[in-house]
Design a protein around this ligand. Structure first.
Ligand code: CU
Length: 123
């Protein structure tokens, strides 16, 4: 290996490490909100009950396992399309305590109407 080639490799490694650090920094700033993972699968969400604190910023990470489900929380003005096999992120900071129902609004089969849950926001 020539000295020049060695230098190029060293520079490339530095660049990769810098990129890694930059991505790490980006992630850590996003991570300030609590992440809540929700799995959507015919015909339920797991968990189906989510307890949040008023004023707490959270990120919902929704994953549809078997179908393109929907995620609709009408009273919080939130709706998202969940793509099968992908994670969909929804940012949320509830400003008012209460119980907010959510449901699947993309017809997914026989018990689609039963596919629902609730977000409980506590003071
Ligand atoms: Cu569904």
């Amino acid at each position: 290996m020539t000295a020049r080639r060695r230098l190029a490799l060293a520079l490339a490694s530095c660049a990769l490490i810098s990129i890694g650090l930059a991505i790490g920094a980006t992630n850590s700033s996003d991570d300030q909100s609590r992440v809540i993972r929700i799995v959507a699968q015919r015909f339920s969400y797991t968990p189906s009950e989510i307890v949040l604190k008023k004023g707490e910023a959270v990120t919902l990470e929704l994953e549809a396992l078997d179908f393109a489900h929907g995620f609709n929380v009408p009273d919080l003005g939130i709706r998202a399309d969940l793509v099968e096999g992908q994670v969909t992120r929804v940012q949320l900071t509830p400003e008012k305590s209460g119980v907010y129902e959510f449901h699947c609004d993309n017809f997914c089969g026989a018990d689609h109407e039963q596919m629902d849950g609730k977000i409980i926001v506590q003071d």
